[in-house]
Design a protein around this ligand. Structure first.
Ligand code: NAP
Length: 334
């Protein structure tokens, strides 16, 4: 089969389209013939070697984290999936494999695709959709009537986050540029802060929950406008000890490192009376079932910015790397 293989960390030249043997399912695996794969910033960050402290699979390694396709074989212990199922999934983060014509993954990480989506749209959902659900509902516990601030609402995760926060009953404010404003408003966002002309920390809002998708100075700026006693969950800032313990399987040495590097933001958060958490999302077939229901009920739309053919995946990844995608970027196999 053809696959995008990471030969070495660094620039785009480390990723090559090659013929490789098709993967063989382990007992709990399904083998999927891909129809489409979603792209995410984690793909280029992984290629650059920025995740080496956390994930260290042996190279060469087939890149790619989310997919949609048809099950063509199942392992001996697979209970719920069968050949012919149309599934979508975020694969296990240390496994990759989605930028390929076929991929193996644990059956628990896949779910049946929403009936009203084609493969292209379904492939855009898993990673960003799960991240938004896990941040807003599972970590922040957003309740009806709360004022939620989301930084970066126009991107892959942001477009899901706005809609999920609205579904949870929140009043939603997001940061976006002029180019992203119409999109975030069309998703139900109540208020927009133009991050290119306004200093977030001076906007004066008082928020009950913060969902931080940008990193850099943004988490600090958000702290200035949170109510004391509230929480910010970041997916793009600095990881902290809980990230290593809760999200990365109780890695104590890593927890110490993360505790040290997050000292500054935790200190500032403490001074503002706000708690700071960095979430590393996880694969979950059961939460994908929930997202599929929301999509089938018309409560969650999938926003796709660009679609590329599989053979142009490197071009697609360069576009994501540019940092200005409005919604998701997907490659299709046919
Ligand atoms: N920890 C985890 O588990 C996890 C999971 C998923 C993603 N992430 C991380 O979360 C981040 C967001 O992911 P994504 O998929 O949403 O990225 P993305 O789709 O590449 O985000 C692009 C969007 O960000 C907007 N943007 C750029 N700078 C901004 C700023 N300073 N303020 C507000 N908006 C800004 C851009 O808007 P304009 O073009 O209009 O500027 C664009 O629409 C990435 O760093 C990714 O690696 C982490």
């Amino acid at each position: 089969m053809r696959a995008y293989v990471l030969k070495h960390y660094g620039g785009p030249e480390g990723l090559q389209l090659m013929d490789v043997p098709a993967p063989t399912p382990r007992p709990r695996d399904i083998l999927v013939e891909l129809r489409a794969a979603g792209l995410n910033p984690v793909d280029y960050k992984f290629r650059q070697g920025k995740l080496r402290a956390i994930l260290r699979p042996k190279l060469p390694f087939v890149l790619g984290n989310e997919l949609a396709g048809e099950v063509i074989a199942v392992g001996s212990d697979v209970k719920r999936r069968r050949v012919g199922d149309r599934v979508f999934a975020r694969v296990a983060r240390d496994r990759g494999g989605a930028f390929a014509e076929q991929a193996c993954l644990d059956e628990d990480h896949a779910a049946l695709m929403p009936r009203n989506l084609d493969f292209t749209a379904a492939a855009a959902v898993p990673l960003a959709g799960l991240t938004a659900l896990q941040a807003l509902r599972d970590e922040l516990g957003v309740k009806p009537g709360q004022r939620v601030l989301i930084s970066g609402g126009a991107g892959g995760v942001g477009t899901f986050a706005i809609q999920i926060a609205k579904w949870l009953g929140a009043h939603v404010t997001t940061t976006a540029s002029t180019l992203g404003e119409a999109l975030v408003r069309s998703l139900g966002c109540d208020e927009v802060i133009d991050y290119t002309t306004q200093d977030i920390s001076k906007t004066g809002g008082r928020f009950d929950a913060g969902c931080e998708l940008i990193g850099g100075k943004t988490p600090e700026q958000m702290l200035e406008i949170m109510r004391p006693g509230t929480k910010i969950v970041s997916i793009a800032g600095v990881p902290e000890a809980q990230t290593a313990i809760k999200d990365l399987g109780g890695r104590r040495a890593l927890a110490v490192v993360f505790w040290i590097i997050s000292y500054g933001i935790r200190w500032r958060a403490g001074r503002a009376g706000v708690s700071y958490r960095y979430l590393f999302m996880h694969a979950s077939g059961s939460e994908l079932v929930e997202l599929a229901e929301l999509i089938e009920q018309g409560k969650l739309k999938v926003i796709i910015d660009k679609i590329y053919p599989f053979a142009k995946s490197s071009e697609a990844l360069a576009y994501v790397e540019g940092g200005h995608a409005k919604g998701k970027v997907v490659v299709t196999m046919s």
